[in-house]
Design a protein around this ligand. Structure first.
Ligand code: AHG
Ligand code: MN
Ligand code: MN
Ligand code: MN
Length: 335
């Protein structure tokens, strides 16, 4: 059986003029970093990688050792290759500057180095999410790259993807022409194309939300979930199933595989924060993938990828997945 590796897939993309060589190199390097993170994650207690660092990130979350280690792996893998103008991450307060000893490139890389990090110590799936933007023209300015360069709507992404470290390790990628899934062949050390043209069913009977926050939700979310829970006897006239992994990567991966709707609504406890998830390195890349797979992604009011970010660590409410359900709950927000 002839197998298509990620490298071969990317080279063919370049040959057909769909992916510039510099972007191809960038994706290869990110994939290599994900393999290294996978290796660390899989060591678990044997590698001394479980538990917390005792530090907090800019959003006030306690950093796990693997949050910090994965961040360092991605920085080190990407800083020297000459393909990037800068990087930004959930685990860094400010934009990361490419060290002066290395050449700079034309792309920006934004990532959530380890998604679902509350799952690490209990041996449940985690992942890495990334998004690639073009660096705006700096008119010869050689100084430090400010956060403004990164503040581009999701529609400007040239690539997005995630790695999932689960029973299988996979890399799911979009370059803006569909979604491809690659499974890690750990004996060969390469990602192999196993899921060509991933597409999400328009209809679903499965939802994902952290129900423990129900009392803090806004009225449209309460109404929608209440209708889901009524099952066949309710206005939606079908029985729904519920799943919540607490790792967006794993919940989105399930939705790409068999459909569903994922919700992380805004929370009345923190009215100044419109949701928990981060726009730049969680919501935007996942929205790009979901849309490329035929799904829909909104914040209840507008398409997530149309939002103009105003800060690097901006948060957003997220409703994404199968078209029919996401459009229903989005409609409830304007009813
Ligand atoms: P991270 O581990 O990168 O901070 O992200 C966790 C996010 C997301 O992956 C998940 O869907 C959500 O937080 C889970 O939140 P709850 O713990 O509130 O369920
Ligand atoms: Mn976190
Ligand atoms: Mn995350
Ligand atoms: Mn994270």
């Amino acid at each position: 059986m002839s197998r298509t590796s990620l490298s071969r897939f990317l080279i063919e993309q370049t040959r057909s003029h769909q992916t510039p060589a510099e972007l191809r190199f960038l994706i290869e390097v990110v994939a290599r970093a994900c393999k290294m993170i996978n290796h660390q994650v899989s060591k678990g207690a044997l590698g001394g990688v479980l538990g917390s660092m005792g530090t907090e990130n800019v959003q006030g979350e306690v950093q796990k050792k693997l949050d910090v280690l994965s961040n360092e792996i991605l920085l080190e893998a990407n800083e020297w290759g000459g393909h990037l103008a800068g990087m930004a991450s959930e685990e860094m307060d400010q934009a990361y500057q490419i060290p002066g000893k290395y050449p700079k490139g034309s792309y920006l890389l934004v990532f959530d180095p380890l998604d679902g990090s509350s799952n690490i110590d209990v041996n449940v799936s985690v992942g890495t999410i990334f998004s690639v933007l073009r660096c705006p023209d700096r008119n010869g300015d050689e100084g430090d790259l400010g956060e403004e360069a990164f503040l581009q709507p999701g529609t400007e992404q040239v690539a997005a993807g995630y790695a999932i470290y689960g029973p299988q390790t996979m890399l799911v990628l979009t370059l803006g022409n569909g979604v491809k899934g690659f499974t890690l062949d750990s004996e060969m050390g390469s990602f192999i194309l196993t899921h060509d043209n991933i597409s999400i069913p328009e209809q679903t009977a499965e939802f994902a939300i952290n129900m423990s926050n129900q009392r803090h939700w806004e009225a449209p979310v309460k109404r929608y979930v209440d209708e889901l829970l009524q099952g066949e006897e309710g206005p939606l006239e079908k029985n729904y199933n519920m799943r919540w992994v607490a790792a967006m990567v794993a919940d989105v991966h399930r939705i790409l595989t068999r459909g569903g709707i994922f919700m992380y609504p805004r929370d009345a406890r923190e009215p100044e924060k419109p949701g928990k998830l981060r726009l730049m390195y969680e919501a935007n890349p996942m929205s790009f993938i979901i849309e490329q797979a035929g799904g829909v992604s909104t914040n209840g009011h507008q398409r997530i990828m149309d939002i103009q970010p105003t800060s690097l660590h901006e948060r957003v409410a997220v409703f994404l997945g199968s078209k029919e359900e996401v459009e229903r709950i989005t409609g409830y927000h304007s009813a």
